[in-house]
Design a protein around this ligand. Sequence first.
Ligand code: KG4
Ligand code: ZN
Length: 365
Amino acid sequence: MSKPLRILGIETSCDETAAAVLARHADGRGEILGEVVFSQLDEHSLYGGVVPEIAARAHVEALDGLIAEALSRANMSLSEVDAIAATAGPGLIGGLIVGLMTGKALARATGKPLYAVNHLEGHALTARLTDHLEFPFLMLLVSGGHTQLVLVKGVGDYERWGTTIDDALGEAFDKTAKLLGLGYPGGPAVEAAALHGNPERFVFPRPMVGEARLDFSFSGLKTAVRQAAEGLQPVSDQDIADICASFQRAVSRTLSERIGRGLKRFQTQFPGLSQRPALVVAGGVAANKVLRQTLTELCDKHRFDFVAPPIRLCTDNAVMIAWAGLERMAAGLPADSLDVAPRSRWPLDEDAKAVVGYGKRGAKA
Ligand code: KG4
Ligand code: ZN
C-alpha cells in the first residue's frame, strides 16, 4: 500500500491564526495528526470588530510557534511533510501576506511543493474529510464575511448559486447585537438572549423571499431591528429577548425559503445520483442551534442529508486548508509557484457575476 500524503496547513486570513498537519491515506481517508488555533478575539473585542492591522501583527507573533506546536502534536518534523498549504485569499491582505510568505519560506527551505489555497475551498471541502461526502453536494457558507450557497462539483470546480447582496448573515447578527448593547461577537449573544424571547412579538422583513434567484439580503433586517428598538425606549431585557427571538425567526424563515429553492434546483439538476444528496453548512453562524434545527427540518423535508462538521472545523481553522491542499494533490492538480500573490478578493466561482452591492465587506471569510 502506498504511503500516506502528509501536509502542513496554515490559515491567517482573518482573526484566527492556525496551523495543522494532516495525512491522506491511499483509500482517500483523511487524518488530522496535529491542529492548533489561536483566536485573536480578545485583541479585537474592545473595538467591536476585527481590526486588520492588529490582526496582521498578531499573526506575525503567533504563527511560528503554532506551526511548531502543530508539528509537535503530530510528532513530526517539517522535513517529514510532503507539502505546505497556506491560505492565499480571500481575506484581510495583511494576514494573508503573513501566512502565505511563511508558507513560501518553508517550501523554499525544505524544497517541498506549495499549495496556495482559497479559504472558501477549505470550507467547501471540509465535509469530505469529516463525512467522506461524494461530489456533487451543496454548501451553505454563513460567516461574518460571507453568505453563499455553492454547488461543489469537484476539487476546484464550484458554482456559486447565491450570495448576499449586502450584509453577511454573521454581520447581521453582530450589528443586531451591537444595536441592542449585547457586545461582540454578536451571534452567540443574540442566540442566548433569544432563548427567553417571544419570536412572534415582532414581524421582521424577509427580504428576497419569493424571488427565483437564490441571493440573500440582510441589511433591511438590521434597519427593522433598529426601528423596533428605537420605538421601545427604554428597552427592557424582555424587549431585547423578544427582538432577538423575532430576528432569529425572520432569519430562519428566510434561509428556509431561499435554501429550499436551492435544494429543489439541485434535485432537478442531479435527478439520478447514486448517493442521497447533501447540504453542508460551514462558517461561524453554523453554530446557531435555531438555524441548525431549521436546516435539519428543511433537509428532512426534501430528503437531503444535513451535514454539519464539528463547530471547530466550521469556523476558521488550518485543518481545512491542509485538507484542501491534500485534495488538490490527490486530484493531480499542480502546485503553485513561489511567485503566487495573495488575493484579498478571490471568488470560488470565477465565472459568477457580481451582484448588486456584493463585496461590501468581502475581506472576511
Ligand atoms: O466563521 P467565523 O468564525 O469567522 C469569519 O467570519 O470568518 O464566523 C464568525 C461569525 C460572527 O459574525 C459571529 O457573530 C457568528 O459567526 N456566530 C454566530 C454564532 N456563533 C458565531 N451567529 C449566530 N449564532 C451563533 N451561535
Ligand atoms: Zn472562513
